[in-house]
Structures are given as structure tokens and as C-alpha cells.
Design a protein around this ligand. Structure first.
Ligand code: GLN
Length: 523
């Protein structure tokens, strides 16, 4: 049977509980266990697919095509395990399932209530995750903060989980903030005390505590917290602010959190964690030498979380080359032919990332044109590839009206059109790469798997026209001959892809396209 770790947070949000959860996942994986992660989100949306990137940040897509919270991206980057639709649970999904069952008469006329129907549905998501993944350890992060009305059903469900699954198969890890009061030069344990009491009032006594703090926490404070929380001093851990996001992997392992977890689960005989690759990575990150300036030309640039995986992927490739990636955020909505030189003139490379809708597409086309004409390394992703095709058709192939039907439904030259057979191409797809292309050279093979999320695709009626032009090469396809990549021939580095390579780049396995893109600017 799988063992379940439940991660809760108290005092404030943005404590880094997701990072702690993922760090624990990596440590346990490194000890030889099969780990799976999932997030329970208290919002009532069914999934974040339609939530505003301004409010909710990036939508992360899993291999099996679930549109999920950006935390899942962190999980995958930390534990390097493919997660799935079972990893992403929202209150909206839970209620939708329960109401569907009720309408189908599956509850035999019972009155449907939060307890037991909603909580049972939540618990079934724990079991699904364990069964579908076959993991030894399922780590479930409960979104929000203890005390929020919205998360109560989740907390009740995980409370019941201990009765259902057994004491030694369940572990509660509560994350809190220990603030440092500068004037008094003191840390304060009171908020933690309140948060633990709140959790206890809901019937959950945490087994482990992780205290987020600006400063190291002295032993006496940990003793005090252990005593009022009714837990062993050994079960109080600290998460002191760090420079590099991956450092908690090392810091929690140094404090032997894995030993405490394994002892609770009565798992013995595992090898020690070998985190030497992470140590080296963190050391490399602290000793980067030289800077590469990349411009991201997007619509949501005021909200960097909207491009989280992209930023991380660029950084991964930077670490690989030991270069710091200096990002310039360029609002495509404000980019014009008059200011393009001022905005993009000092960049080593340009990324036009994914996006939706009409707004700000003119600016993206201007950026693509600038990179193409001035031989600046340019990487187009998803919408960035579609607009690459539009730009080329307009400015080189002479189709003045070329457009995507997403931008102009009535365009005379619909270069990009709505997908016919399926609404959205989503999740992992196999791609065939053309021989002798830049892209095949970069991957070093002809068959690859990448993650998609697009409702529009290149219109093959224009295929012959593009093929006649020897400066542009359409170099990758998925099933049904749908275009997946395009590159320019006489250019320093110009590649646009229909998929999202940023979803699968990992700190210890940077994505080859990002490695190559950055490489083109430094050698
Ligand atoms: N809006 C485009 C489409 O739906 C691109 C999507 C994206 O960039 N993720 O096809």
C-alpha cells in the first residue's frame, strides 16, 4: 500500500510549502522510493485552463493533457516524474463529480452532504493517485492556508484518511512562518502556535513542522514549538530563506527529514540519498560567469508567473552554459515599428512565447520580423510559431492578408486555422523531425515527444507555397500532418515550435532546444 504525506500551510500564503513538498519528494526519490505528487486546490474552477494568467499565473500541462496549476510544474522540475490528471484536484472538479453522480442517481436517493459525500470523493482522489501511479509515496499538497473556509473539506478528508489508511501510512507535515522582528532582534513563535492549534481544532495533529524563517531558528525556540505542538523536537524542521530555489532539497536532507518520515512509515533498509548532482547544480548556479540578455515579448509580461516554466527553462539552459540569463520583459501590446529598435536593440536573443487572442499580436509579429531581418536568435513557442508563419507569409511570401483565424476570422489568407478534428491538441504527442534540419540535429534523433496545448494549427493548404521558398523549412509534424516546427535557413538561430518545450525542461536535464538557443548567443 502507498504511504501518504499531507502538506498543509499556516500563518500566511506563499510560504514555499509547495517547494518543501517537492523537495521532500526529490529526497525520498533519491532514497529509492517511487514518488507521486498531487495538489488539492480550494478554488471552485474546474481547472485553471480558463483562469486569467494575471490572477493565476501559468497553466501547466501534464503529459496526459490536464490543464493544471503552476505548482505541478515545480513538482515535475523537482522530482522529475511525469504527473497526470490525478495530480490536479480542485473543489470545482470534486463538486462536479459528486453532482454528476447525484444526477445519475448513483447515491440511491441519499441527501448529498459535504461529509461524507464530498470528503469521500476527495479521499477517492488520494486512492486514484496511488493506484494510477503505483507510487510508494503520494505527497498531497493542500492549497491555501489552514483557517480558510474553502479548504475545510480537504482538511476533513485528510483527517479521515488517517483512520482509513492507518497511522503508519499517513503523515501530516505543517508549514508555518516564524517571523523575525528586526527591532526586537527576535523570532516569534506565536503565529505557529496559533496555526497548530487551529489545525488541532480540526482534528489533525501535525507529525512534522517546517518553519519558514529569514534567520536560523535557535534550538530553544524549536523546543518551545515542539512542546506546544505535542511533537518530538526532532520533528521540527526549519526552512531558512535561500538564494537558489532548489536548496531546500539539501537543507531538509541535512536536517534528516527523510529519516523521520521513513521511521514514521516504518520503512527500513533504504540507501542514503545521493544529492551530489543537486549540490553541484546549486554550486554552479552560485558561480555563473557572464550574462546573456533575452527578451520575452508577450502579452502578460507584467505578471512573470504567467511564463514560469519558460523562465525556468531559460535558466536551466543558462546553468548548463554557466551563464546568467538576464530577462527583459517586453509588452507586446506596446511594441511598434517606431520603438522596436529601442526595445529589442540590445538583446542577444528573443522569445515569443505562447498566448491567446487578438490583443498584442501586432507587437509579436513586429518582434519576429525584427529578429528575422536582423539575424537575432529567435525562439517562437506555440502562438510564437503560428505568428512566425503569419509574419513570413505577409512579409516574404506576399500574402498581405495572411493571418490566423484566431486574430481575424474573415482573413483572405488563413495561414493558421482552428483545429478540425479535435478542439485542442493537448498533452504529449509524438513528433517526426525532418532529416538534415536544425531541429533534428539539436535533438539528435528523428522521433521525439513533446507537450502541446493549441486549438489552432498551420493550414496545410499553404504548405506548397512555403515549400517553394528555400529560406524557410517546415521541419516537424505530428499525426495528421500537423505542423510542429519551422526554421529559417540563412539565420543565426531561428526556430519556432508548435509545442511547449518549457513544460519538460528540468534543472538537471535542461531541454535541448533551450540549450541550443542559448548556445547560439555565446559561441
Ligand atoms: N492561441 C493559440 C492556439 O490556441 C496558441 C496557444 C498557445 O500559445 N498555447 O492555438
Amino acid at each position: 500500500m502507498a504511504k501518504f504525506i499531507f502538506i498543509t500551510g499556516g500563518v500566511v500564503s506563499s510560504l514555499g510549502k509547495g517547494i518543501n513538498a517537492a523537495s521532500i519528494g526529490q529526497i525520498l526519490k533519491s532514497r529509492g522510493l517511487k514518488v507521486f505528487m498531487q495538489k488539492f486546490d480550494p478554488y471552485i474552477n474546474v481547472d485553471p485552463g480558463t483562469m486569467s494568467p494575471y490572477q493565476h499565473g501559468e497553466v501547466y500541462v501534464t503529459a496526459d493533457g490536464a490543464e493544471t496549476d503552476l505548482d505541478l510544474g515545480h513538482y515535475e522540475r523537482f522530482i522529475d516524474v511525469e504527473l497526470s490528471k490525478d495530480s490536479s484536484v480542485s473543489t470545482g472538479k470534486i463538486y462536479q463529480t459528486v453532482i454528476d453522480k447525484e444526477r445519475k442517481g448513483l447515491y440511491d436517493g441519499a441527501t448529498i452532504q459535504v461529509i461524507p459525500h464530498i470528503t469521500d470523493e476527495i479521499k477517492s482522489r488520494l486512492i486514484n493517485a496511488a493506484n494510477s501511479s503505483g507510487a510508494d509515496i503520494v505527497i498531497t499538497e493542500i492549497g491555501g492556508t489552514v483557517g480558510d473556509i474553502e479548504s475545510l473539506p480537504y482538511l476533513e478528508a485528510i483527517r479521515q484518511a488517517r483512520r482509513d489508511f492507518g497511522f503508519n501510512n499517513t503523515l501530516y507535515i505543517h508549514n508555518t512562518l516564524v517571523p523575525y522582528i528586526k527591532a526586537a532582534r527576535e523570532i516569534k513563535t506565536k503565529p505557529t502556535q496559533h496555526s497548530v492549534s487551529e489545525l488541532k481544532s480540526l482534528g489533525i495533529t501535525p507529525d512534522l513542522l517546517i518553519l519558514r524563517s529569514e534567520e536560523k531558528i535557535e534550538q530553544s525556540a524549536k523546543d518551545k514549538i515542539a512542546s506546544f505542538s505535542d511533537i518530538a523536537v526532532l520533528d521540527v524542521f526549519e526552512a531558512v530563506d535561500v538564494e537558489v530555489i532548489y536548496e531546500p532539497i539539501l537543507a531538509l536532507n541535512e536536517q534528516k527529514i527523510d529519516d523521520r518520515i521513513l521511521s514514521h512509515f516504518e520503512i527500513t533498509g533504504l540507501k542514503e540519498a545521493d544529492l551530489s548532482e543537486w549540490k553541484k547544480l546549486i554550486d554552479d548556479i552560485k558561480h555563473l560567469d557572464g550574462i546573456v540578455n533575452i527578451g520575452i515579448v508577450g502579452k502578460y509580461v507584467s505578471h512573470h508567473d504567467a511564463y514560469l516554466s519558460l523562465v525556468e527553462s531559460l535558466k536551466h539552459a543558462g546553468y548548463f552554459h554557466k551563464k546568467k540569463i538576464n530577462l527583459k520583459w517586453i509588452d507586446a501590446g506596446l511594441l511598434t515599428n517606431d520603438n522596436v529598435l529601442a526595445e529589442l536593440g540590445n538583446l542577444d536573443g528573443i522569445v515569443v512565447p505562447g498566448g491567446f487572442g487578438k490583443r498584442a499580436t501586432d507587437g509579436k509579429i513586429i518582434a519576429i520580423n525584427y529578429a528575422r531581418v536582423n539575424n537575432i536568435p529567435m525562439f517562437g513557442i506555440c502562438y510564437g510559431m503560428q505568428l512566425t508563419m503569419v509574419e513570413y507569409a505577409k512579409n516574404v511570401l506576399g500574402l498581405k492578408d495572411a493571418n490566423s483565424t484566431e486574430i481575424d476570422e474573415n482573413t483572405k489568407n488563413p495561414i493558421i486555422i482552428k483545429n478540425k478534428n479535435f478542439d485542442t491538441i493537448i498533452g504529449n504527442k509524438e513528433i517526426t523531425l525532418e532529416d538534415n534540419s536544425l531541429i533534428a540535429k539539436i535533438y539528435g534523433k528523428n522521433k521525439i515527444k513533446e507537450r502541446f496545448r493549441n486549438s489552432y494549427s498551420f493550414n496545410n493548404e499553404y504548405l506548397e507555397l512555403f515549400k517553394k521558398d528555400s529560406n524557410i523549412k517546415l521541419t516537424a509534424n505530428i499525426e495528421n500532418n500537423t505542423l510542429a516546427a519551422v526554421e529559417l535557413v540563412n539565420h543565426k538561430w531561428f526556430l519556432s515550435v508548435q509545442y511547449h518545450p518549457e513544460y519538460i525542461s528540468r534543472p538537471l536535464k535542461p531541454h535541448p532546444l533551450f540549450i541550443s538557443f542559448i548556445e547560439s548567443m555565446i559561441y
